[in-house]
Design a protein around this ligand. Structure first.
Ligand code: DC
Length: 236
C-alpha cells in the first residue's frame, strides 16, 4: 500500500484544471476537491439568505454557518448546501458573474481555507472517500496557501487565446469572434480580480508549471500523471 498523496493544482480560468484534476483523481483512485465550487456555494448561500455581497461582514457571517457538504467522488462530485443539490446552480452565470466579490473577501477566504484543509486531511486517513489514498485539490491558492506542503504541486497554465477558446466552446458551443468577445470579460476580467488576492499566474518555489496551450486534455493528463508518478517514486 502506497502512502497517501495530496496533489495540489492551481491555475487560471480555462487552464483545464477542473477537467484534469477530476480525471487525475479518477485515474489514481484519489478523492477530488473543487475549491472554486466552495466560493461559488458561499455566493449561492448568501443570495439565498438575501445577504448583500458588498456587505463583507455579513457575507463572512453567513459563510461561517453555511451547511455545505462537498462531494469528493471524482465520478460524481455532488455539492449540497442546506439539503439542496446546488451542483448545477453554482455554474450559472448569475453566480459566475458575482463570485469574485465573495472570493476576494479575506474573512471568507480564511474560513474556507480551514474547511479545505480539513477535507484534505480527512482523505489522508482510512475513513475518507478515497480510503486514505489521498486527494487532488484544485483552485487558485492550493499550492501556496491551503496546502503548500502537498506532495505534488502543479500550476496549470495556458496562454490567453487557448483559455478563451476553451471557455467559449464550453459556454457558447463555438469559438467564433462573438463567442470569444463574450467570453473575454468573464475569463480575463475575473482572473484580474481574483489575482488581487491569490498568485496563480506564476509558480511559487517548488511548484511544477505545465503549459497546456498546445496540448489536448489527454496529453495534459499524461504529463500531469508523469509528474505525480515521479513524485511518488522519489518519496519511496
Ligand atoms: O474555478 P472557479 O471558476 O470555479 O472559481 C470560482 C471563484 O473562486 C473564482 O472567482 C476564483 C475563486 N477561487 C479562489 O479565489 N480560490 C480558490 N482556491 C478557488 C477559486
Amino acid at each position: 500500500m502506497t502512502a497517501p498523496v495530496t496533489v495540489a493544482i492551481d491555475g487560471p480560468s480555462g487552464s483545464g484544471k477542473s477537467t484534469i484534476s477530476r480525471r487525475l483523481a479518477a485515474a489514481e483512485g484519489l478523492a477530488y476537491l473543487d475549491t472554486g465550487a466552495m466560493y461559488r456555494a458561499a455566493t449561492w448561500w448568501c443570495r439565498r439568505r438575501g445577504v448583500e455581497l458588498t456587505d463583507a461582514a455579513a457575507v463572512a457571517a453567513a459563510t461561517e454557518v453555511m451547511p455545505l457538504d462537498m462531494g469528493v467522488d471524482p465520478g460524481d462530485p455532488t455539492i449540497t448546501c442546506d439539503g439542496v443539490d446546488i451542483t448545477a446552480a453554482i455554474r450559472l452565470s448569475e453566480i459566475s458573474s458575482v463570485v469574485s466579490a465573495v472570493a476576494t473577501n479575506l474573512d471568507v477566504r480564511a474560513q474556507l481555507r480551514e474547511r479545505q484543509r480539513a477535507i484534505i486531511a480527512a482523505e489522508r486517513r482510512p475513513g475518507g472517500h478515497s480510503g486514505g489514498r489521498g486527494i487532488v485539490a484544485e483552485g487558485r491558492d492550493i499550492t501556496t496557501v491551503v496546502a503548500p506542503d502537498a506532495d505534488v504541486r502543479i500550476l496549470l497554465t495556458a496562454d490567453e487565446a487557448a483559455r478563451l477558446a476553451r471557455r467559449a466552446r464550453e459556454l457558447h458551443g463555438t469559438v467564433d469572434d462573438r463567442a470569444i468577445a463574450a467570453t473575454r470579460d468573464e475569463v480575463v476580467g475575473r482572473d484580474a480580480q481574483d489575482s488581487t488576492v491569490s498568485t496563480f499566474l506564476t509558480a511559487a518555489d517548488g511548484v511544477v508549471t505545465i503549459d497546456s496551450s498546445a496540448l489536448d486534455i489527454d496529453q495534459t493528463l499524461a504529463v500531469v500523471r508523469r509528474v505525480v508518478a515521479q513524485a511518488r517514486q522519489e518519496e519511496q
